[in-house]
Design a protein around this ligand. Structure first.
Ligand code: NDP
Length: 261
């Protein structure tokens, strides 16, 4: 199924649940996407590029980022800049936001998506790894969000957090990862209420994804599960639409959404 098919599926899914998506609204939008050197983040960068956005992308691998940025320009991005950063380093989250604010003159969308590598298996007491993963997958998110909030407030912008069904339900074999996603859901779900109390202009979207066919995810689950994996490009588009339509919760694929009691 091509891009048009994906847009159509995402559009139809949204039509019943959310205000309609206007692709024109993303033309010239100032966007920062983290974890954009591969997987869903990379696909989000390409979609934003096709919509004519101004993009800053980040991850650790500079050379790969450069290639992604070049492709974004060829796809139609008004701007595509990159900055290498390691989100486990205390000062890098703020450094990245400052770079984007300076280069783009503000932000309309902050898309928090990166995750550090982790193993799939029984927890054997590796507290240090869990602490490190918490820095990468959680603390850097709250640092970046706090740094970007004043600009998002000015632009009536959107904060998009990429989370997981493993941040909603407990399961074996992914304890450190799952903990970071529960932390994200708790923090940003609560921040949503505080922003509402302050009558803030900023929207929050929390995206709970099922299994997506990125290389890193497929490598982990190969031979372990036969649950179908959904396409990264479609997941990416659904996340972008959730942000653009200021939807609080996105479940992708849609049938993973828990039923209301
Ligand atoms: P990938 O593993 O494909 O991409 C992870 C990205 O994070 C890469 O760009 C990587 O680039 C970057 N990254 C890794 N470590 C660091 C670090 N220390 N500092 C900065 N950047 C880092 O992930 P996916 O695309 O599969 O997942 C994207 C999001 O979707 C995540 O939030 C994930 O939890 C969520 N999700 C994914 C699912 C799936 O099945 N794929 C299921 C549910 C949720 P580099 O190595 O260059 O730093």
């Amino acid at each position: 199924k091509g891009l048009i098919g994906s847009i159509l599926v995402a559009y139809l899914a949204m039509k019943w649940t959310a205000p309609s998506f206007d692709p024109e609204s993303l033309k010239g939008a100032r966007v920062l996407v983290t974890g954009a050197s591969s997987g869903i983040g990379e696909q989000m960068a390409y979609h934003y590029a096709r919509f004519g956005a101004q993009i800053v992308i980040t991850a650790r691998r500079e050379k790969v980022l450069q290639q992604v940025a070049e492709r974004c320009l060829s796809l139609g991005a008004q701007k595509a800049l990159h900055i290498a950063a390691d989100m486990a380093i205390e000062s890098d989250p703020e450094r990245v936001v400052d770079f984007a604010l300076e280069k783009l003159g503000g932000l309309d969308y902050l898309i928090l998506n990166h995750i550090g590598p982790t193993t799939f298996g029984m927890w054997e007491g590796d507290v240090e790894h869990t602490r490190w993963l918490m820095k990468v997958n959680f603390f850097s998110y709250i640092q970046m969000a706090w740094r970007a909030l004043p600009s998002l407030e000015q632009s009536k912008g959107s904060l998009v957090v990429v989370s997981s069904l493993l941040g909603k339900m407990t399961n074996p074999f992914t304890l450190p990862y799952s903990s970071t996603k529960f932390a994200l859901n708790g923090f940003f779900g609560s921040l949503y209420h505080e922003l509402a109390m302050k009558k803030s202009n900023v929207s929050i979207s929390i995206c709970s994804l099922g299994l997506i066919d990125t290389d890193s995810a497929m490598e982990k689950v190969r031979g372990v599960t036969n649950v179908p994996a959904y396409p990264a490009t479609e997941a990416a588009l659904n996340i972008i639409i959730a942000g653009a339509t200021r939807q609080l919760d996105l479940y992708y694929p849609w049938f993973t959404q828990p039923e209301d009691n």
